[in-house]
Each structure stands twice: as C-alpha cells, then as structure tokens.
Design a protein around this ligand. Structure first.
Ligand SMILES: Nc1ncnc2c1ncn2[C@@H]1O[C@H](COP(=O)(O)OP(=O)(O)OP(=O)(O)O)[C@@H](O)[C@H]1O
Ligand SMILES: [Mg+2]
Length: 149
C-alpha cells in the first residue's frame, strides 16, 4: 500500500499526470472516496497528460469518453446508479479491458464491476487537503501502485 499526501489541487492533478505516464491499454482504475475528494480532478490531470481533451464530471452523463490522447479514456461515475443491472446497461463490460484505452471508475466500490486485477486509488479529505492511498488487487494494479509510490 502506498500513501501520497496531496496538499492542494495541483498535487492531485500532478498525481493523475504521473499515472498517465504508466498506464497501458486495458488498465482499470477504481477511484474511491467521498464527495469532493478529488476523483474527477485526478482524471482531468491524467487525460490532459495523455494529450486528451478537458475532462468533466460524468455525474449526469455516467460515461465520458476522451479521444485524442495516447490512449482512449473511459471515465465512469457510478454515484447515481442504484442497481448492478444499470451498470451493465452502461456497457461497462465492453469498456473494461478494451485494449484501446483505460477505464477510470468513480464510486467503483459500490458494485463489483472492475476486472479482478486493477489499481485501487482511494482519496480522502485531510483537513482542507487530500491523501491518496493506492493498492493493487493483482499483479498489474500492484505494479502501478508501486511505481507511483
Ligand atoms: N489535494 C487537494 N487539496 C485541496 N483541494 C483539492 C485537492 N484535490 C482536489 N481538490 C478540490 O476538491 C474539489 C472537488 O474535486 P472533484 O470534483 O475532483 O472531486 P470528486 O471526488 O470527483 O467529487 P464527486 O464525488 O462529487 O464526483 C475541487 O474544487 C478540487 O479543486
Ligand atoms: Mg467526480
């Protein structure tokens, strides 16, 4: 497990940018953390560093697809979903593991939807700052967590 202190928004963006240098097609990342913990900020930093467009919260769109960077990024938000059947209707099965891109899923801990091997990136409030706790659930996720540490 790797812990990274994120004193300000720029640090969250920078962590996303560092992750952009490590990801490969087919990678999956669970973004876990309370409302306002910085999940979308991290995705925006990652997508920008890949050379993609400005990322926005998929709270209402549920899935945003960012094309134009080194990899396609599928940015998913499960916050508003209540049943696992709704997750399947999103087409998450097709997104996850698609080697043309990577999947980042906000509120991924609500449902069991990611491949067994993924990076779990938890963000938490620490006063007005944030802390990231990274762990892998298999060899690939662990390699990413270790490289970021
Ligand atoms: N390390 C940080 N320190 C202080 N503020 C931060 C940090 N990282 C992000 N923020 C700020 O937190 C706010 C919420 O960020 P963001 O929208 O990314 O959170 P979120 O986890 O996606 O929220 P939601 O659960 O609503 O989707 C933004 O104003 C952002 O600038
Ligand atoms: Mg968000």
């Amino acid at each position: 497990m790797t812990t990274i202190e994120l004193p300000d928004t720029g640090a969250t963006t920078a962590l996303g940018a560092r992750l952009a240098g490590l990801v490969q097609g087919g990678d999956a990342i669970a973004l876990v953390g309370d409302l306002g913990a910085g999940k979308t900020t991290l995705v925006a930093g990652l997508v920008a560093a890949l050379g993609g467009p400005a990322a926005q919260s998929p709270t209402f769109s549920l899935v945003n697809e960012y094309i134009g960077g080194r990899l396609v990024v599928w940015h998913v938000d499960l916050y508003r979903l209540e049943r696992e059947a709704e997750v399947r209707e999103l087409g998450l099965d097709e997104i996850v593991g698609d080697r043309r891109g990577i999947a980042l899923v906000e509120w991924a801990d609500k449902f069991d939807v990611l491949p067994r091997d993924h990076l779990r990136l938890e963000l938490m409030h620490v006063g007005t700052a944030r802390r990231a706790i990274l762990s892998g659930t298999g060899p690939r996720g662990t390699a990413l967590a270790t490289a970021l540490g």
